[in-house]
Design a protein around this ligand. Structure first.
Ligand SMILES: [Fe+2]
Ligand SMILES: [Fe+2]
Length: 179
C-alpha cells in the first residue's frame, strides 16, 4: 500500500474507533444527561474538523479529483456516490450539533446513530472497492505528490497540535464516559 492510501486507511481506523465509542456510549445507561450532551457537542466538533474537513477534504480535493478523470466509468460513478455521502454526513452532523447545542438529547443520539450507520458503509466501500481499484494503477510518484498535499490539508484543518489533539479528545471520552 502506498503512502497516500495508507494515510487515508489510518484515518478510517480512527473514525471507526469513534463510531465504536458512539455505539458503546449509546449502550451505556449510566452516563448522565449533561455528560451525554457534552459528548455529542464534542463529537460534532470531531466530525467537522477531523472526519469532514481533514479526511473528506483529502479525499475530495486531492485523491478523487486527481484520479477520477483517469478511471473507468464504474470508478467515476463510485466517486460521485461517495461525494454525495460526504454531503449527507455533513448534513447529519449539523443535526447532531444543533440538537446538542439546544439540549435535545434523543435527537442528538438519533442523528449520531444515523451518522455511524452511514460512515460504516461508506468506509467499507472505500476500503474494499475504491482504494483497491485506485491502487492498481496509481504510480508511486503520484502517491508521493498526493501525500504531500494531504499533509498540507492536515496542517490547515487540524492546526497546532494536529492529530495528537484529536487523540486526546478520544482518550478523554474513553476515560470519562466508558471506564
Ligand atoms: Fe470518503
Ligand atoms: Fe474515507
Amino acid at each position: 500500500m502506498g503512502k497516500a492510501i495508507h494515510d487515508l486507511v489510518q484515518e478510517h481506523e480512527k473514525i471507526l474507533h469513534v463510531l465504536d465509542i458512539i455505539r458503546k456510549v449509546q449502550a451505556n445507561d449510566k452516563i448522565s444527561v449533561n455528560a451525554l450532551i457534552k459528548f455529542y457537542a464534542e463529537l460534532a466538533d470531531f466530525i467537522e474538523i477531523y472526519a469532514d474537513k481533514c479526511h473528506h477534504g483529502k479525499e475530495e480535493h486531492n485523491l478523487y479529483h486527481t484520479l477520477a478523470p483517469l478511471g473507468d466509468e464504474l470508478e467515476r460513478n463510485m466517486i460521485i456516490y461517495l461525494i454525495k455521502e460526504h454531503e449527507e454526513a455533513k448534513t447529519i452532523n449539523n443535526q447532531i450539533r444543533r440538537a446538542a447545542e439546544s439540549g435535545r438529547l434523543s435527537e442528538a443520539a438519533t442523528a449520531a446513530a444515523k451518522y455511524r450507520k452511514l460512515l460504516l458503509e461508506h468506509i467499507h466501500n472505500e476500503n474494499e472497492e475504491l482504494f483497491p481499484a485506485i491502487e492498481k494503477r496509481i504510480t508511486l510518484d503520484q502517491e508521493e505528490v498526493i501525500y504531500e498535499h494531504f499533509m498540507a490539508v492536515e496542517k490547515r484543518t487540524l492546526g497546532e497540535g494536529g492529530v495528537s489533539k484529536i487523540d486526546m479528545i478520544i482518550k478523554g471520552w474513553e476515560s470519562e464516559l466508558l471506564s
